[in-house]
Design a protein around this ligand. Sequence first.
Ligand SMILES: [Ca+2]
Length: 240
Amino acid sequence: MIYCDENDGMKLLDEKNKTKQRAVATNCKDLKDQGTDLDGIYIMYPFADHPETPVLIPCDQTTQGGGWTVIIRRDESYPQTTEFSRSFEEYASGFGNVNYDFYIGNEIINSLTDSSINELWVEIEANNGTTGYAHYKYFHVGARDAHVKGEPTYMMDSGFYEGSKGEGLGYDNGMGFTTYDQDNDLYDKNCADGRNGWWHKDCHFANLNGPYGSVYFRWHTTENNYILSKAHMMVRPLST
Ligand SMILES: [Ca+2]
């Protein structure tokens, strides 16, 4: 993940006080509400427990009204794709290049989805050219330290699906995050081996982090099994 210098932060002139202040946005919905209507990469302050830390994050301000914070992006056509076989710590802090393919990090996903009720938008493109979307009116990733309470670390829950190609995430609901160096799945081996980090159960239907060119980078449902070439996931505070 690219962290940026605080001096690069967005600032605006407070006409009343004649002092410079930062227009603080914790997510792309904040930016949208502040009038930023263009897709792009913006400086945001997504951490609830250390809100002074700026992070560069891509926003989709056009799909379904905009306000979407992109948390995963994959595209096998990039000249130099990112390796998604990563450690638990790397999945916690995020990796990749926000201009291309990246994983925003479980700490940020937890902070974004903990601060309000969030919806999730998934877009996929299969290797046969088929495209589709999945929309969940509920998506949440729990805290890293939830295991001290006997709950899975970074536990994922999703619900209230509608979409065009079937439901693929629900199988892994309630599971913690598994990587090659931290096995939190129900498989007698480690699901992350050959499949990369995910909220593996035994192991998964959909998996947007699977290796490029493998059958595990897929949107799998009870009706379909699409092997993917592109995908992205993004979250937005649910409007009430
Ligand atoms: Ca296991």
